[in-house]
Design a protein around this ligand. Structure first.
Ligand code: FES
Length: 200
């Protein structure tokens, strides 16, 4: 009886408003379902993007790490027993291998250096790179001087500037004695300046 009254009321509403009671409820239901689906879509989309971003941070750091490192520092190289250099006052040329990391590149180069026994007996090591424009300074075996072939820079046996355009003496490298062996740390210096300045 109650059920019949409800049905009759629905029919009356339909006749008065033109809206089908069952269709209206169905469309409301459909709207709620669509809204729920949209919310879940956004929720999972944002979640996936966030997790992807978090996982990619270590990968980016790993990929960019070589670019962020300071790469020009070099370690100590062994030049042999000090006794090898104590008998002569003529500069002795040696070659050392330097490994430098530049971004993702690893470069190994041979660098010539000169070991010199000074008048007081102390051993020093000079780089062969001219402080003018970087040409290789050479020991003149027939004379008593270092000469740079590019613009005729001339230096004494101990690397002091005698003449030519270089702005300063030949550059001395850091050296030390370890268990009777002479060691050197290779460095590069700014050219064309009066004061010796190490490059980073
Ligand atoms: S580069 Fe050595 S004198 Fe110019």
């Amino acid at each position: 009886m109650i059920e019949n009254t409800k049905i009759q009321r629905a029919i009356n509403t339909h006749q008065e408003t033109g809206v089908h009671p069952i269709g209206s409820a169905g469309s409301q239901h459909k709207t709620i379902r669509t809204g729920r689906r949209t919310f879940l879509g956004w929720f999972f989309g944002i979640g996936t993007v966030s997790i992807g971003a978090m996982l990619s941070v270590p990968l980016f750091r790993f990929a960019l790490d070589p670019l962020m490192r300071t790469t020009t520092a070099t370690s100590w190289s062994d030049l042999g027993p000090e006794s090898d250099f104590s008998e002569t006052s003529i500069p002795q040329k040696r070659s050392i291998s330097i490994t430098q990391v530049d971004g993702w590149r690893k470069v190994v180069t041979e660098k010539p250096v000169y070991v010199i026994k000074k008048a007081d007996g102390k051993l020093i090591v000079l780089t062969s790179v001219c402080p003018h424009l970087g040409c290789a300074v050479k020991w003149n075996d027939t004379g008593t001087q270092f000469k740079c072939p590019c613009h005729n820079g001339v230096f004494t046996t101990e690397g002091k500037l005698m003449s030519g355009p270089p702005p300063r003496d030949m550059d001395e490298l850091e050296s030390r004695s370890v268990d009777g062996h002479l060691q050197v740390r290779y460095q590069s210096f700014r050219q064309l300046v009066k004061i010796k300045e190490e490059l980073a």
